[in-house]
Design a protein around this ligand. Structure first.
Ligand SMILES: NC(=O)c1ccc[n+]([C@@H]2O[C@H](COP(=O)([O-])OP(=O)(O)OC[C@H]3O[C@@H](n4cnc5c(N)ncnc54)[C@H](O)[C@@H]3O)[C@@H](O)[C@H]2O)c1
Ligand SMILES: CC(C)(CO)[C@@H](O)C(=O)[O-]
Length: 300
């Protein structure tokens, strides 16, 4: 398969690097990472080990972006720009692995080429040309509206050929909303309280994370997705348990003084809730506090 990975930072370099063992992969990345990959290849270290030579570019032409599959692995807030650039090429299928609700920005530019995706692999960019796998997870792909899908099966088979754990999921809408509930609960609370995920196993943070997840489930149901409050809360508890020692991606963003994905996570729950007349006071408060930090944030 001809595969473009748009936004090859941590996750995109890991997934793109592993796919390059079997497929023709182009990484769209930024320098100095792109330059190092183009010159010396990409090393995958940590829980997996590979040295591969995908193509890498910072400034893709429409020809570079013409492919069987474009994977979008930018931070959620860069999705709209990625979609505009991808629209200059001719990709058969486009699939985002970013956290948060990003499909609106993709569909606006790329229409029905867009598939939903999610990834639970863990990745850190160690430095130019090297990505560390911090957790072997699983990738799911499927139609935005759900249902069986030949093209999602094709994508999943191509991932498996390259040795990645990947399944086509006919219930992607539910999977994505459940992941949103997890991120709305864990990411926002750990980023604001400055605690590891495991701190939400008990105490006041747990209660706030549960409230945020229950609100997300209510909005999901108003959106036509069958996600119960109990299932959303159970998903938060499972991830807290399985990733107790992790610093969530949003906590890492706050600690490094970077921009957070608040708009696509807590903010998306609030906005979608407002569309359906569902009150989301906990997510509204979390989003406001994260935005207050983002406007004037102290990192020490
Ligand atoms: N890192 C993980 O373990 C992990 C796991 C699951 C999901 N995610 C999600 O995946 C997404 C990406 O996360 P990440 O940790 O890889 O972030 P990251 O910041 O390491 O990677 C994103 C990369 O996209 C690049 N980029 C953005 N716009 C670009 C453009 N126009 N041209 C070229 N490059 C561009 C950035 O420079 C950056 O290197 C996020 O939504 C995150 O929540 C990450
Ligand atoms: C699953 C998760 C919450 C684990 O830290 C992760 O999605 C994150 O950090 O964004």
């Amino acid at each position: 398969m001809d595969i473009v990975v748009f936004g090859a930072g941590a996750l995109g370099s890991l997934v793109g690097g592993l796919l390059a063992r079997e497929h023709h992969v182009t990484l769209v990345a930024r320098d100095p990472h792109a330059q190092r990959v183009a010159g010396q290849g990409l090393r995958v270290t940590g829980e997996l080990d590979a040295h591969v030579r995908p193509r890498a570019t910072t400034d893709p032409t429409p020809d570079d972006l013409t492919c069987d599959l474009a994977l979008v692995t930018v931070k959620a807030y860069d999705t709209a720009e990625a979609a505009r650039t991808l629209a200059t090429g001719d990709s058969d299928v486009v699939c985002s692995l970013s956290n948060g609700l990003t499909e609106g920005a993709l569909v606006a530019e790329l229409g029905d080429r867009v598939l939903a995706g999610s990834a639970t692999y863990g990745a850190e960019l160690v430095g130019p040309g090297e990505v560390r796998c911090t957790g072997v997870g699983r990738i799911h792909v499927g139609e935005l509206a759900g249902g069986e899908s030949e093209r999602a099966e094709r994508v999943a088979a191509a991932f498996r050929e390259a040795g990645l754990d990947c399944e086509a999921d006919p219930a992607m809408p539910r999977r994505r909303w459940e992941k949103l509930a997890v991120n709305a609960g864990i990411n926002a609370v750990t980023a604001l309280a400055r605690v590891e995920n495991g701190a939400l196993a008990e105490g006041p943070g747990r209660d706030v994370a549960h409230r945020a997840a229950r609100e997300t489930a209510r909005v999901a149901r108003a959106d036509g997705v069958d996600l119960t409050d109990d299932a959303a809360v159970a998903a938060v508890d499972t991830v807290v348990d399985e990733t107790a020692a992790n610093r969530s991606s949003m906590l890492q963003d706050v600690l490094s003084g970077g921009r957070t994905e608040v708009d696509a996570i807590s903010g998306a729950v609030v906005d979608r809730g407002a569309d359906h007349g569902v009150a989301t006071p906990t997510n509204r408060t979390l989003a406001a506090l994260l935005r207050a930090w983002g406007a004037d944030g102290i990192t020490e």
